[in-house]
Design a binder for this molecule. Structure first.
Ligand code: SF4
Length: 153
């Protein structure tokens, strides 16, 4: 992480520097999983199918810097689109700060533990399959809400 201010995670998203913005991510990898949107209702269902660039064991992008060269529709979260990203998991710091809520108590920024998302039970690490091997998405609908209790912490 580059130069960041003390407790920057309590500042409004609009005031964050690039490094601070990037620092909010806990690395859970959940936004890198495919979702299925119902064409009629707009309802979104989660799956356990990961983007081909995601390391399914660690839930980290294997080519973060150049990811859009390989996955052009990879969404770059920004102030302009965070309000439309209601599919982000409950614990996600971008979602929470957009909703003016604090980041979760277990977040790596508060605990200093880079494995915090795994320990909180919200990480995709070791619980997903790559899109290269998954087959039809409809076979992989997953309810991630079992992690919701700790999401909310
Ligand atoms: S869901 Fe949020 S916290 Fe998790 S990897 Fe995506 S941006 Fe980071």
């Amino acid at each position: 992480m580059g130069e960041v201010r003390e407790k920057f995670w309590e500042l409004p998203l609009a005031e964050l520097t690039r490094a601070e913005w990037e620092g909010l991510c806990d690395g859970c990898g959940r936004c890198c999983l495919h979702k299925i949107e119902d064409a009629d209702t707009g309802e979104i269902e989660d799956t356990n199918v990961a983007c081909k660039l995601l390391d399914c064991g660690t839930a980290r992008c294997t080519n973060y810097r150049h990811r859009r060269a390989f996955v052009p529709d990879c969404l770059r979260l920004s102030l302009a689109n965070i309000g439309k990203a209601s599919w982000l998991p409950e614990h996600c710091a971008y979602r929470r700060r957009h909703e003016n809520r604090p980041i979760p108590r277990w977040h790596p920024l508060l605990t200093g533990d880079p494995q915090a998302a795994v320990k909180a039970g919200v990480s995709a690490a070791g619980r997903v399959v790559s899109e290269d091997r998954a087959g039809p998405l409809e076979h992989h609908i997953t309810d991630w809400s079992s992690a919701a209790g700790k999401d909310a912490a």
